[in-house]
Design a protein around this ligand. Structure first.
Ligand code: CA
Length: 246
């Protein structure tokens, strides 16, 4: 890696149970190694201990499998998410109290001035570049499909009764289809990973505005508070990563 491609990263993560749920089934993690810096947000589902177990297993397994593997980075990232799927699926079948558990996962790996994002479910990655705020991931959800087919608007999707139904998740099936995308980074970019406890209740313009906060810690805290200000019907998790020159 050349010196010019080296970017400085500042990151802050926050999670909150919200105002309605009895437990926090979201999980997040951050890890670094020679192969780059990894961030993961997972949003578990499946009652009792299942949801929290699935999201924790996803975060742990993706980080471990990614840094243990060799080969091209996007291949390792995809394989790490597939390994997490198998591990969660296996646990769910082995332990009756965890039957039916599953989780979303969105993982970001940054190496030099390049980044890769892996996504399963409806947790999201966004990038703020100047005034351009862009959702980097495609939701694998019932309502996102309806929006893509022109049958719902984004605003209708936000309050739709099926808004929590995901079409892909880790753990539900023996195999999973993982989206992996590559993007470039420039100094000034701010990346956000979040669960739908944020993106489902705080609109994009507001999220983008909070990401311009003085520090990543302030931005993460402001996002959590914004979700709480909207009643926080779900667990809410955010990871904010700011890219700057070294
Ligand atoms: Ca959620």
């Amino acid at each position: 890696m050349s010196e010019t491609s080296e970017l400085r990263l500042e990151a802050a993560s926050r999670t909150d149970i919200g105002l309605v749920r009895e437990q926090n089934e979201d999980a997040f993690g951050e890890a670094s190694g020679p192969a780059g810096r990894l961030f993961v947000v997972a949003d578990g589902m499946g009652g009792h201990a299942g949801g929290a177990t699935a999201s924790r297993l996803a975060v742990e397994t993706i980080a471990q499998a990614f840094f243990d593997a060799s080969g091209p980075l996007p291949v390792r990232l995809r394989a790490a998410v597939e390994t997490a799927n198998q591990r969660i699926h296996h646990q769910a079948r082995r332990d009756a109290s965890l039957a039916g558990m599953g989780t979303t996962a969105v993982a970001l790996v940054i190496e030099g001035s390049r980044a890769w994002i892996a996504n399963v479910g409806d947790s999201r990655a966004y990038r703020l570049r100047g005034r351009d705020f862009e959702q980097l991931t495609r939701d694998h959800s019932v309502v996102a499909e309806l929006v893509r087919r022109g049958l719902l608007t984004a605003e209708q999707a936000r309050v739709h009764p099926r808004r929590n139904e995901v079409l892909r998740s880790l753990g539900s099936w023996p195999d999973v289809d993982v989206d992996v995308d590559e993007l470039d980074l420039v100094p000034g970019d701010v990346l956000l990973l979040c669960s739908d406890g944020l993106s489902g209740v705080v609109d994009d313009d507001a999220i983008a505005a909070f990401l311009t906060a003085e520090s990543v810690a302030d931005a993460a805290q402001a996002l959590i508070e914004a979700a709480i200000g909207q009643g926080a019907p779900d667990n809410v998790t955010v990871q904010v990563v700011r890219v700057s020159d070294r």
